[in-house]
Design a protein around this ligand. Sequence first.
Ligand SMILES: [Zn+2]
Length: 240
Amino acid sequence: MLYHAYNLGDGAQNPQIWEEELMSVARFSPVNEYKVVVKRQLALTSLEDFAVLLRDGHFDLGNGFHSTSYMNPHALFDRPSVVLRLAQDLLDVIELVPFFIKRQTQVVAGPVTGGAQLAFVMAAFLDGVSKKGARVFHAPIHKIDGKLMMRKHYQELVQGKRVLLADDVRNTGSTFKEAFELVSACGGEVIATTELYDRLSVIHELPVPNIPLAEYRLEQDLVPADQCPQCKLGIPITRF
Ligand SMILES: [Zn+2]
């Protein structure tokens, strides 16, 4: 009887749908929103601890700008144990948002330029853990002559499947956009994009949810090299 008090529509007549609807109500709760905020804050700290996110320094970004912050994904991918931990943290965040992404995902795909290792680990964590033991596959996306592509085996794999796109960092969103178009052209359905770190500077929005583990706007402290206050003070600069 309690269930009907939630006015959950058709779900009240069907236990399986009801369960999903009740979960969606629970997932919108302020408690879960709070948990996501805390997890994102902890993730930022983790990225700093692992020297992936460098703050409070003086960095040459190599594009004519200097900054007090720098994002170095290579510091992540040379330590597989860190990828495992952050992939699990990211899945925890995905579990808290109300889109049922974990149970819908059939393939986790990521570009080999950054997200493939993360996508591989996420697929491993998701594979066979649903109630019905549904398989979850991994599909790497290659970059050839500056263009994203999938090998024939993976083109056939994503056909007709629900695909979660994973990457290390979201900058303008152009990589996700190109990957979205690639998967769609192969007959797959992208259900969401997810990344360890969103620079909050997206230009290419997609018609699916995006779920970052951590968010931080690096651009807020960008300065043109010839106007850099740290250079004027003679503070040594770091280049990568
Ligand atoms: Zn400078």
